[in-house]
Ligand binder design. Structure first.
Ligand SMILES: [Zn+2]
Length: 256
């Protein structure tokens, strides 16, 4: 009896999660209204530096992401005045479950359920029902040379972003956040996973540019500016990034 009850409850939870993901997604990509995005700051390493940085974050700290989407929509001649609206959510005092490294399909699926459950418990934003949720973990740059990989999942439209707790890195933190937000909208990576080099032509901001290298801008889903066949630079701000044609197609900004 209890066994069936447990299975029934589990099925209800699964159905709810699936439905919510489907609803959020089907609304998100129509672009008829601004996509509602909430950014949740989190102290990633428990440091005093990250704590001070979180408390100093201004409500407009991520305006550059709104501007980036608006500028790119305008550049493409799209009739979308404000593609994305971002709200800074209150600080979340809990750490999200980390994605498995090179996880199996089952491990990834389980993490997907865990992170959605965790997000559901921690995603309250006064006066807003976010469609996409980005949880940004801040780390003290003095004790962290490199950060774990950030992730963005289309299912549930959740991103986990690892960021440096210093104003000097605010621009590149926004680049990573915009990249993961685009993942939640269905965009795919456009760089070579082994070398980190942008893939031609989809990972190039200006694939028709002659000479092809060096490029001046980064395609946001390639994440880097190709300067030679073997070198690419990390853009300092979203001002050095564009949404390329392949990404535009994936997020419903261009006909397939
Ligand atoms: Zn990516």
């Amino acid at each position: 009896m209890f066994k069936y009850l447990r299975i029934a409850i589990l099925l209800v939870i699964l159905a709810t999660v699936a439905e919510e993901a489907w609803l959020a997604h089907s609304h998100a990509v129509s672009w008829s209204r601004p996509l509602q995005v909430a950014i949740y700051p989190i102290n990633g390493d428990g440091s005093a530096v990250a704590d001070a940085y979180l408390r100093g974050l201004q409500p407009r700290a991520f305006k550059s992401i709104e501007d980036f989407f608006a500028d790119e929509a305008r550049r493409r001649g799209l009739d979308i005045h404000r593609p994305v609206e971002i709200a800074l959510a209150p600080i979340v005092a809990s750490l999200p479950p980390q994605p498995p490294r090179d996880g199996s399909a089952i491990e990834n699926l389980l993490w997907g359920l865990k992170i959605r459950y965790w997000a559901w418990r921690h995603d309250g934003v006064p006066g807003m029902r976010p469609q996409a949720r980005l949880f940004v973990l801040y780390f003290d740059p003095a004790t962290h040379d490199a950060l774990p990989h950030s992730v963005g999942s289309e299912r549930g439209m959740i991103g986990l972003v690892n960021a440096f707790a210093t104003p000097a890195m605010a621009g590149s933190n926004a680049v990573v956040a915009a990249h993961e937000l685009l993942h939640t909208l269905g965009a795919t990576d456009k760089y070579d996973l082994a070398s980190d080099q942008p893939v031609f032509p989809d990972g190039y901001a200006e694939p028709a540019r002659a000479p092809r290298l060096p490029q001046q801008f980064a395609e946001i889903m390639a994440g880097r500016i190709p300067v030679s066949e073997s070198d690419a630079e990390i853009p300092a701000t979203l001002g050095a990034c564009v949404i390329g044609d392949a990404t535009a197609r994936e997020i419903g900004w261009m006909k397939p």
